[in-house]
Design a protein around this ligand. Structure first.
Ligand code: DHB
Ligand code: FE
Length: 278
């Protein structure tokens, strides 16, 4: 049976792609952000994952505002990135894991999650940049399964529903007939708002509590409805739902390996957490 080695949550701001292309990692603006990642890479080298299941939200590349599924999953042999208009390099494609995708699709369907199944799927910065931060130089050769959560257009799924989705994914991975070692990623957040009267809004107090609760009391955040989460974290801060799903997929004893928090990068309060699953 497959093993879930743990999870990593990170912010996914497009400007990171530009900073990497221009090698700005040591620039004073970027250093406190990029310095968070070597301990995460060291942990990856220890736990040796073969497959990454990535909870993230699409920003208009694969789904546009005319059609946005609440929950969708890739079932493709390969996932291509494309120009989203941010002026950053398009990154190399990532290989899929069709066997795990279809196993998850069947298990989720049996567990009352009606996923939109994408046999072709483009992946945006929210998928590619976390992998690039963790395996710099486009060196990520893990097989991948993208799972997309709608965090962009109301109605949004509740934090409890996202946690339950993660739990169903975690149980299914553990029942998967494979000796693969699986890493769960959650991308986005933390607090940020890109548009409107509150553009630039961030809430470090909330972010810090959210991060600390995510380890031992992950349903703490479920006391807030999606509109309340938007109020507390900003219109894009609600991307934290991807972190909640990620945490739901951890089945064992969860412990914090590493975290970093830095504010701001672009318009965003950035967070990074590495959680072991023993
Ligand atoms: C920014 C943050 C995001 O999460 C995103 O998807 C796009 C832009 C930003 O802060 O610039
Ligand atoms: Fe985003």
């Amino acid at each position: 049976m497959a093993t879930i080695v743990g999870s990593i949550a990170t912010s996914h701001i497009p400007a990171i792609g530009g900073a990497i292309a221009k090698q700005k990692q040591q620039d004073p603006y970027w250093k406190p952000f990029f310095d968070g990642f070597p301990p995460a890479r060291d942990w990856i080298a220890k736990v040796k994952p073969d497959v990454a299941v990535v909870f993230y939200n699409d920003h208009g590349l694969n789904f546009f505002l005319d059609k946005i599924p609440t929950f969708s999953i890739g079932a493709a042999p390969v996932y291509h990135n494309a120009d989203e208009g941010w002026g950053i390099p398009t990154l190399a494609p990532h290989q899929g894991d069709e066997d795990l995708s279809w196993h998850l699709i069947d298990a989720l369907n049996a567990n009352e999650f009606d996923m939109t199944v994408c046999q072709e799927m483009q992946v945006d910065h929210a998928f590619t940049l976390p992998l690039e931060l963790l395996w710099p130089g486009q060196k990520c050769n893990l097989r991948t399964v993208p799972i997309c959560i709608n965090t962009v257009l109301f109605p949004l799924p509740s934090a409890l529903r996202c946690y339950r989705l993660g739990q169903a994914v975690g149980r299914a991975i553990e029942a998967w007939d494979s000796d693969a070692r699986v890493l769960i990623l959650g991308t986005g957040g933390l607090s940020h708002q890109l548009e409107g009267k509150r553009a630039g809004f961030m809430n470090p107090e909330f972010d810090q509590v959210f991060m600390s609760k995510l380890v031992d009391d992950p349903l703490w955040v479920a006391r807030y409805s999606p509109p309340e989460l938007v109020e507390l974290t900003g219109t894009q801060g609600v991307e934290l739902l991807n972190w909640v799903a990620m945490r739901g997929a951890l089945t064992g004893r969860v412990s914090l390996v590493h975290q970093n928090y830095h504010i701001p990068i672009s318009n965003t309060a950035t967070g990074l957490m590495v959680l072991a699953n023993d």
